[in-house]
Write a protein that binds this ligand. Structure first.
Ligand code: COA
Length: 360
């Protein structure tokens, strides 16, 4: 068979069919299983959306109740896993801790969908308990409430339904994004018929990078230091003059607008009024406007997500883990889709090294 040479980074290449999600760059739309992701963020719960993503249809009342209970019942890691977490080095990044713990956390389930969901259900506690344990503190107790309320409590120690609602919308928009880098990596691992835990570990390793999920942890670094819109404009110009990337901008798919970012921008507007921190919103909008003016790069979800999480009082160490926890439901759907119609993913490379070298 004649080899096909594809663009570097597989830019613009379709590698498989998928019925889970599609992002349209021209119209700036994101569809989860046929529904607008933004509409789901506005009107659906995290649990409903997670069920939709994994099983391909919105849950009925009983299905939703059973699914929500399953997530709640399986949220805590077992005592041995907690003991292991307590031994992990204090300086370990939470996303690294998650990657290591997910690779060995025991599961009670045997069916692949249940194993994936059981691990996904534990992600918030693995992140929060793990962070506390490596810092010598006791994990917070589990509370009742929705997935988002429980997650928010684990992150902040606050039982606050209003704040959790902002988090829930963000979690829904973080849940799935078709063939992004971590999902593709997961599908490569799944295509070898490695088990769900192995595939989730691959995905967690891949999401960490600053060009992917790690971007949201780098945005506060620059933005909280600014006081005026003029500083924001100068920051952008200086960065671009030095040919440095500005985290939270640009996207492989969205070249004009990231619909998730625009939705979260409105959320930030509302939240900053509530918290009387309108200046933060104004500076963010000025950065967005300047980056677009100078480079025609849109703000991506991570830009506004980081600011929302900051105003919700969430420590930046949890930003990438929050993204990963939600995305684990998208990863679960992709694992099942891959193994349900599998072919080993094994591309080829064009050799450009030497040949014919001889040993002395
Ligand atoms: N800041 C400044 N310039 C950027 C940029 C950014 N955030 N993102 C892209 N560019 C520039 C590149 O330098 C390049 O410029 P050039 O053509 O003059 O060399 C051009 O835009 C194309 O960028 P490229 O990195 O090749 O596009 P890509 O599709 O491969 O990359 C990202 C997409 C997401 C990796 C890239 O936009 C990026 O690194 N963004 C910052 C990290 C981030 O926010 N990641 C989260 C994504 S949701």
């Amino acid at each position: 068979m004649e080899p096909i040479v594809v663009p570097k980074g597989l830019d613009g290449v379709i590698v498989d069919d998928s019925a889970i999600c599609t992002a349209d760059s021209d119209n700036g739309t994101l569809i989860y299983r046929g529904y607008s992701a933004v509409e789901l963020a506005e009107k659906a719960s995290f649990e409903q959306t997670a069920y939709l993503i994994v099983y391909g249809k919105l849950p009925g009342r009983n299905e939703l109740a059973e699914f929500s209970q399953f997530l709640k019942k399986n949220e805590e890691p077992d005592s041995n896993t907690k003991k292991i977490m307590a031994l992990i080095n204090k300086d370990t990044a939470v996303i690294d801790l998650m990657r290591s713990v997910v690779s060995l956390v025991p599961t009670n389930e045997t069916k692949q969908d249940r194993v994936l969901l059981e691990i996904a259900a534990k992600m918030p506690h693995i992140a929060a308990d793990g962070y506390r344990l490596i810092n010598g503190a006791a994990p917070l107790p589990s509370i009742s409430g929705t997935y988002a309320e429980r997650f928010y409590y684990q992150l902040t120690g606050k039982n606050d339904a209003e704040a959790a609602k902002y988090l829930e919308k963000l979690l829904i928009l973080y849940m799935e994004h078709e063939m992004n880098a971590s999902t593709f990596a997961l599908r490569v691992t799944a295509s070898t018929l490695a088990d769900p835990r192995a595939a989730l570990t691959t995905a967690l390793a891949t999401i960490k990078g600053p060009l992917h999920g790690g971007a949201n942890d780098q945005i506060l670094n620059y933005i909280v230091k600014m006081d005026t819109k003029d500083e924001a404009v100068k920051f952008v110009d200086d960065r671009l003059a030095r040919k440095e990337k500005i985290m939270g901008f640009g996207h492989r798919i969205y070249k004009k607008v990231d619909p998730r970012a625009q939705f979260m921008k409105k959320e930030l507007d509302a939240l900053s009024r509530l918290k009387h921190t309108e200046k933060l919103y104004d500076i963010a909008a000025a950065i967005e406007e300047t980056v677009w003016d100078r480079k025609k790069l849109p703000a991506n979800l991570d830009f506004y997500a980081a600011l929302i999480m900051h105003l919700l009082g969430i420590d930046h160490v949890f930003y990438t883990p929050i993204f990963a926890s939600s995305r684990s439901f998208g990863w679960a759907a992709h694992y099942l889709e891959q193994v349900g119609n599998n072919k080993l993913i094994r591309p080829d490379s064009r050799y450009i090294g030497p040949t014919g070298l001889k040993l002395r």
